[in-house]
Design a protein around this ligand. Structure first.
Ligand SMILES: *Cc1c(COP(=O)(O)O)cnc(C)c1O
Length: 361
């Protein structure tokens, strides 16, 4: 059986380092906002090429707190991709903003800069881009649009830790890079976690207040805050894994290479371009008979997943919010996309097994 994902196997090589990290945290007697979080924040900011990083409780919280930090007028519009994971859209709604969906480029699956321009109104205050599947968006064009229209830029980097555009790491282009450390992500914890990275000292301070009951000094509350802190123990685990993040990404890129070189042209494969350093959180192919293909692979003991089966505008939760729009490109991607195994524990031989089966479909 070639599994799609197995978190035990993914983490196996880190077990003894995790045990030491856990023991050190346990014995320190300090479990919330201490040295482990400080140390991870310092190193992850450096890794991303940002001046600051604040550890948070999840990726969704990172997106909500980023949008809250700007203190936009209620009902302002925020532009988001129509084919993202639901969390990006939930964040806009939870922050009291109106989500405006923009279709992706069918080749990159990332938000189409030309279509962003068409969606800007006098109520638009921000753009949240999502570097989907581990590929950066076209950040030169997008930062230019933000400059021209004085819009804030938030990057949803939940799927793209370490990805680059023209040699610059994702999460360092916008006012905020919002990360998730959910266990399956390229930099995954052993539970929930997230962060907001920024080059703006004031925004960083704001986030640190918001994550901790709106308080800078204990029992002094300046703003309406949350409880959204990264745990010490998760930060300790993340510090172990951060040291191996490049190794994890290189391994995924090596597996992707096998797919890209061996899957025949009947399948639509991810595009490659010299401006992009892709980290393949997900390796997808598209095929008109996607559901049959998935079934066929399962019969050959290969598990594949769909990211995502239902587009956000078709979700019951979005009734009355997003269901008036038409998003044919998003619909097409959701109907035809299939994610193939590409975890850190998979071997090159596992991937050859998948390509062989695929090519016989
Ligand atoms: C995983 C993910 C999130 C949410 O992260 P959590 O840590 O699970 O809250 C947000 N956006 C995208 C694109 C994701 O893949």
């Amino acid at each position: 059986m070639v599994e799609y994902e197995n978190l035990g196997k993914l983490n196996k090589s880190f077990f003894s380092d995790y045990e030491s990290a856990f023991k050190a945290t346990l014995e320190s007697g300090w479990y919330i906002l201490g040295n482990q979080v400080n140390e991870f924040e310092k190193n992850f900011a450096k890794y991303c090429g940002t001046a600051h990083c604040a550890g948070l409780a999840s990726g969704l919280d990172a997106l909500i707190i980023a949008l809250k930090a700007f203190e936009f007028k209620k009902g302002s519009q925020v532009i988001l991709p129509s084919n993202t994971y639901i969390a990006t859209i939930l964040a806009a709604i939870q922050a009291g903003l109106e989500p405006v969906l923009v279709e992706p480029d069918i080749n990159t699956y990332n938000i189409d800069p030309e279509k962003i321009r068409a969606a800007i109104t006098d109520k638009t205050v921000a753009i949240v881009v999502v570097h989907l599947y581990g590929k950066s968006c076209e950040m030169d064009k997008i930062t230019q649009i933000c400059k021209e229209h004085r819009l804030k830029l938030v990057e949803d980097v939940a799927q793209a830790h370490g990805a680059e555009f023209k040699g610059k790491r994702t999460g360092s282009f916008g006012e905020f890079g919002a990360f998730s450390f959910y266990p399956t992500k390229n930099l995954g914890a052993l539970g929930d976690g997230g962060s907001l990275n920024t080059n703006d000292k004031d925004l960083d301070e704001k986030v640190r207040m918001l994550r901790n009951y709106g308080s800078k000094v204990k029992y002094v509350n300046e703003v309406i805050g949350y409880n959204s802190r990264l745990d010490e123990v998760q930060a300790a685990f993340l510090s172990v894994k951060l040291k191996k993040l490049d190794q994890i990404n290189d391994h995924k890129r090596k597996l992707a290479r096998v797919y890209l070189d061996n899957i025949k042209e009947d399948f639509i494969k991810p595009v490659e371009h010299e401006d992009y350093f892709d980290v393949y959180h997900i390796f997808n192919v598209r095929h008109p008979k996607r559901d049959q293909l998935r079934e066929y692979l399962l019969n050959k003991e290969i598990k594949a997943e769909i990211h995502y089966p239902i587009p956000p505008h078709e979700q019951l939760a979005m009734k009355g919010i997003l269901d008036k729009g038409h998003y044919p490109i998003s619909d097409e991607i959701h109907k035809t996309t299939l994610s193939l195994p590409i975890s850190y524990f998979h071997t090159v031989d596992d991937i050859y097994q998948v390509t062989e089966a695929l090519n016989k479909f």
